[in-house]
Design a protein around this ligand. Structure first.
Ligand code: CUA
Length: 318
């Protein structure tokens, strides 16, 4: 049963379709060490399991024949000494690997604050605030400084690093590096309430030059006033109450929900849950509770033309 489960796991992990979020397909040095440790543990403990089954078979045969095959010395060596040696060796190996993962001084510092159920992302060195997407340059050691605004969350991007908790009142740091550009899905890995499973994010890795461009684009204030066809949407944003909870640089200062200054360029809505399309955005604005029950976002009732204007305006915030 155990072996069948393990083999099923490997088979599933090997499928192209489920590579996203597979720690068996590492894309950075920390994750590579974790994957290596996984394979070594699988080999060693799988071997121990098979040997144990063989010894059990021999013991059954000896009982059936009523003639002892395995003496008391065998029990001492195989039952106490060998397991102790194996466990100690694995302990030393694991400690050594985890020491190597702590990594040296980081080249980029990013603050990640967990909320029920979304991620606030701050780049203090660049004055950029974002949500539910972490952007980093490839081949650069990044320190994610983790904290929480409410309950315990845990940040995990299986293809890049191990997971680390975001604990209220207890700052943590997770260092990671990505080998090459790509998009890696991350997930909250500590139960934090009804929408814990819907607390995801994307970690986007850029070529270093491309990352600088991304930062400059984020630093550009979108501010007020909006160009004419979007001005109505901006008015709706201020009138129906979005501005109370959400910040848009130069427009509103709400701090309860995610910063929306660049919401139009995000990959997803609702913390990694829905693709950022006009339809999903309209649905989210009208009835967020049916899309993500329990989220703090209230439904907003407005005439269809206002909803369209608001969707156009939010999508223009890039
Ligand atoms: Cu946040 Cu689970």
């Amino acid at each position: 049963m155990l072996i069948a489960t393990a083999l099923l796991g490997i088979w599933a992990g090997g499928c192209q379709g489920v590579r996203t979020q597979s720690m068996l397909h590492p894309e950075g040095p920390s994750a590579e060490k974790i994957a290596t440790l996984w394979w070594v543990m699988f080999g060693v403990y799988g071997g121990v399991f098979l040997v144990t089954l063989a010894v059990l078979a021999v013991a059954l045969v000896s009982r059936w024949r009523e003639r002892p095959i395995l003496g008391s010395r065998f029990v001492l060596v195989a039952g106490v000494i060998i397991p102790t040696v194996i466990l100690l060796a694995m302990l030393v190996y694991t400690i050594q690997l985890s020491r190597q993962m702590s990594g040296g001084p980081a080249d980029l510092r990013i603050e990640v604050i967990g909320h029920q159920w979304w991620w606030e992302i701050r780049y203090p060195e660049y004055g950029v605030v974002d949500a539910n997407e972490i952007h980093i340059p490839a081949d650069t050691l990044v320190a994610l400084e983790l904290s929480s605004a409410d309950v315990v969350h845990s940040l995990w991007v299986p293809q890049l690093a191990g997971k680390r908790d975001l604990i209220p009142g207890h700052p943590n740091t997770l260092k990671l590096k990505a080998d090459r550009p790509g998009q890696y899905r991350g997930q909250c890995a500590e139960f934090c309430g009804t929408q814990h499973a819907m607390m995801a994010f994307w970690l986007v890795v850029h070529e270093p030059g491309e990352f600088e461009r991304w930062v400059r684009q984020r630093q550009r204030a979108v501010g007020a006033p909006a160009p004419e066809p979007l001005e109505r949407g901006r008015q709706v944003f201020l009138e129906v109450g979005c501005a109370t909870c959400h910040r848009v640089e130069g427009v509103s200062e709400g701090l309860i929900g995610p910063d929306l200054t660049h919401v139009g360029s995000r990959l997803t809505l609702g913390a990694g849950v829905f693709r950022n399309t006009p339809g999903n955005l309209a649905g989210w604005l009208s009835d967020p509770q049916s899309m993500k029950p329990g989220s703090l976002m209230p439904p907003t009732y407005m005439p269809p033309e206002d909803l369209h204007a608001l969707v156009d305006y939010l999508r223009s915030l890039k």
